[in-house]
Design a protein around this ligand. Structure first.
Ligand code: 4AD
Ligand code: MG
Length: 432
């Protein structure tokens, strides 16, 4: 007898065996002598069939008290049962009640999103939410594997920083023993230093932006995968990104079939996601907008509706490169052939999910970088260390940052970013 509990997602390996599953009651039906317990363990759902004559009066009576979300241990023999949720069924020989839950607020009826958001700590137990969080976990592993296989070093960036990376309007300020400090908006500047030390690196950590707008794409705290490569130019940078995104999507297709089914994701849309991805310039993107009837002047930044129009022309993610210098960050390298634009590229996801990656080639010339820091009215003292990278063995280099939650929203096909992270931090909302 194997006493180790089995995860519901692995039941296929134990068909015909007596096993134990630990979990929570998801639903229950009873018809006097026979009871159907649907149990969830975070990996899937299992229907247990409990017969009074099999388990005895006492156990049956106890099981009859199980309320939704009560914790329990089920022992019995599992077998394939295509008509049953999850494809397996357990012929129960014992039910061990661990805790009888109080009346559970999230029932099987529809609930409004505000009601659910207030109870996010419980909402994450529902099958749809666990499917999303499992896909998120697979995506994180896939990114790490991708970089590990390519000899990138994981070099973590600090969270507490003395200066802005992505503009001063979205900084979260904090008091660092009497000194002003900020939560990191991006690990990039540190990643550049790490790339000059280690060659090819990535970091993966939480980043923070005090976004003033409430949208379905913005969180105040989100996770970013950022890579930085010494001696890479813009084209090499884009090639790495398309390989990475294709790899991650294919991994999810391979390993998260059940989750994608729960989410009712149209898989054919994901099957297209293979490198190479199309590349268009910002100027070409503006032409697409104007042809679509948008009165969009060259020089402005795209909003979400613009990104949707542009990306809807393609069946896979599209790179938009060479944005106007004036609307991009201070560190972006101007195109030597046309300094009005920078050697940067954003990757726009299909199906209206918008920008998932921002990246580009960095300025490697000391004087130009000093000039940009001044133009952006950034405090040069805070950037002396960063300027050092252009003083000692400056090298062309490029990198990018991918927003994890936007990527999860796209791959899972969600309407809103709030479901992509266990505990979202949104405008005026941080409970629980
Ligand atoms: O385009 P961004 O601002 O680029 C950077 O931060 C660069 N320093 C990255 C780099 O080159 N190392 O942000 C990168 C990505 C966006 O494309 C988007 O996917 C995500 O981060 N992002 C957000 N995701 C959720 N909520 C927000 N408020 C986000 N802001 C950016
Ligand atoms: Mg961006």
């Amino acid at each position: 007898l194997d006493l180790e509990t089995v995860l519901i997602k692995n039941l296929g390996r134990h068909s015909g065996q007596q096993i134990t599953v630990e979990g929570w009651l998801y639903n229950r039906r009873s018809s006097g002598k026979i009871m159907f317990l649907i149990v969830r363990d975070g990996t899937g759902l299992l229907q247990g069939v409990v017969a009074k004559k099999e388990v005895g009066e006492e156990v049956f009576a106890k099981a009859d008290q199980l309320t939704q979300e009560s914790s329990l241990r089920l022992t019995g023999i599992v077998h394939e049962e295509p008509r049953s949720v999850g494809g397996y069924e357990m012929h129960v020989t014992n039910v061990e009640v661990i805790h009888i839950a109080q009346e559970y607020p999230i029932t099987h009826k529809e609930h409004g999103v505000d009601f659910l958001a207030e109870r996010r700590h419980l909402w994450i137990r529902t099958p749809r939410q666990t499917a999303i969080l499992r896909v998120r976990s697979e995506i994180e592993h896939a990114f790490r594997d991708f970089f590990y296989q390519r000899d990138f070093v994981l070099a973590d960036a600090p969270i507490i920083t003395p200066a802005a990376c992505e503009g001063t309007t979205t900084l979260f300020e904090l008091d660092y023993h009497g000194e002003k400090a900020f939560l990191s908006q991006s690990g990039q500047l540190y990643s550049e230093a790490n790339a000059m030390a280690l060659g090819r690196i990535y970091c993966f950590g939480p980043t923070f932006r005090a976004e003033k707008s409430k949208t379905r794409r913005h969180l105040m705290e989100f996770w970013m995968i950022e890579a930085e490569m010494a001696f890479f130019d813009l084209e090499q940078n884009m090639r790495l990104q398309e390989d990475m995104v294709s790899y991650v999507v294919q991994r999810v297709l391979e390993r998260c079939q059940n989750e994608l089914k729960v989410l009712e994701r149209d898989i054919s849309k994901l099957e297209n996601i293979k490198a190479p991805f199309p590349r268009i310039s910002y100027t070409e993107a503006v032409e697409i907008l104007n042809k679509a009837g948008e009165d969009f002047p060259w020089g402005e930044d795209f909003g979400a509706p613009h990104e949707t129009i542009i990306s809807s022309q393609f069946d896979r993610p599209v790179f938009v490169h060479r944005y106007p210098t004036a609307i991009k960050a201070f560190y972006m390298k101007p195109d030597p052939n046309d300094p009005k634009v920078v050697l940067g590229a954003d990757l726009l996801a299909p199906e209206g999910y918008g920008e998932v990656i921002g990246g580009g080639q960095r300025i490697d010339d000391l004087a130009l970088l000093e000039q940009r820091i001044a133009e952006h009215k950034l405090p040069v003292e805070a950037f002396e260390w960063y300027l050092d990278l252009r003083r000692y063995g400056s090298a062309p280099h490029s990198g990018f940052g991918l927003g994890l939650e936007r990527t999860v929203a796209w791959i899972c096909g969600l309407d809103h970013i709030r479901e992509t992270i266990p505990f979202p931090r949104m405008l005026h909302k941080m409970y629980p």
